[in-house]
Design a protein around this ligand. Sequence first.
Ligand code: ADP
Length: 494
Amino acid sequence: MKHILALDQGTTSSRAIVYDDQLRALASAQKEFTQHFPQPGWVEHDASEIWASVLATAREAIAKSGVSPGDIASIGITNQRETIVVWDRKSGEPVHRAIVWQDRRTGDYVSALREAGKEIFIQQRTGLLLDPYFSASKLHWILRQIPDGHARAASGDLAAGTVDSWMIFKLTGEHVTDVSNASRTMLMNIRTGRWDEDLLALFDIPRAILPKIVSNSGTLGVSDAALLGAALPVGSAIGDQQSALFGQLCTKPGLVKCTYGTGCFMLAFTGVDAISSSNRLLTTVAWKIGDGPMQYALEGSVFMGGASIQWLRDGLGIIKSAPEVNDLASRVADSGGVVLVPAFTGLGAPYWDPTARGTLLGLSRGTTAAHIARATLEGICFQVADLVSAMEKDSGRKIAVLRVDGGACASDLLMQTQADLLGLTVERPKNIETTALGAAMLAGLGSGVWPDIDSLVSIREVDRKFAPTITIKDRSARVKVWKKAVKRAQKWEL
Ligand code: ADP
């Protein structure tokens, strides 16, 4: 029997899962690690602590599974994206804390680039919108922070990479990164799949510090036998959202997934076409399998997804736990005219308005906590519906089904509301741990456990399909009210 070890390195915890060749999870382990907030808007991780948590969970999952390390065909890696690690190539030790994707410290630097008129050039080369979120400005910052940073980078003393690259380095000693993670650095040309000299010059990053860009599936390195009890090939590495897209088997153009976690992340697979967005979505590499072509996706995100439900719990105190939102919202047949625009931290695609703020409208003397709970679920779904319509406009293609995953997709009411407000079927798989699954599938493909993608289709099982139950007329009336509410939420913090 061939097994796969999936390593899912997230923003707050690291997880390891051992799968069998039918993608059944035999055992798993999870470990949280420290979040450092040295200043408002700054978020850092200790890369050594991340690596320790990865290694400990990998060992624990293997031990619990009872599988002999020699029976593991390969390791699949998926990770939090954009977070950047810089380490000393000789000692293998980080020289600075990792700067996490959420970190906003490079806001001024990025604004200066915008004022210098670089935004369109960057979007054309990378598919990304100019924002501190991506790795380039963070790496620029670190190299200025450490003594002789730039010179040490240029001489090859230092190595940099996103978390996939750091994990592969610690496992195998190789300095590589996969093309999906590289596409989030803002330093890679999205069409060639190579580091872009003009972008390296713009961000003043020496080429010598960067890893070699490799495919998402194949043999990316072989682990040191002393670490996990056997020398194991690294069969895949892929950013978390792209991994979930693959885990949902959205491998044909037009297939779309949405992950309902703290935020919501929607990706639409577009095949070999890197579609430039006119609606402020991101163009991103989905994956490259072995020697195959690069394949792409459009991406949009909602900042407050499940986090809106957490606000009902922690901010308003009208529920004690997130799942309770369903009972509370079910007490009323509709929101009674209440609309919540959950723009607590601004609005993402397609609005991109950092000055927007959360807005609760349509209150009356009859409004109850139940109406607000229902309006909160609807607010999540309306935002996702906005992403779907932006993706349809950009791709010129109607979306037929929305495949869903993430913690909040457990809510039947949320998923039914989503189907109603989209006018689309929403499809929830049995296994909603699609992030780890995608990396496991790609690792298995890379190491011969499965011959091709078609052989995986029979393994994916659907739990439930939610079909729309409201009329088109009703839906467009509600969307109209939502758009009106969004206008009220925008341009608030001026
Ligand atoms: P992340 O990976 O971003 O930490 P998860 O995928 O674990 O997030 O999802 C957690 C989110 O899902 C929380 O914000 C929580 O509010 C929401 N959530 C979890 N279970 C339910 C449920 N049964 N009904 C509604 N929301 C839920």
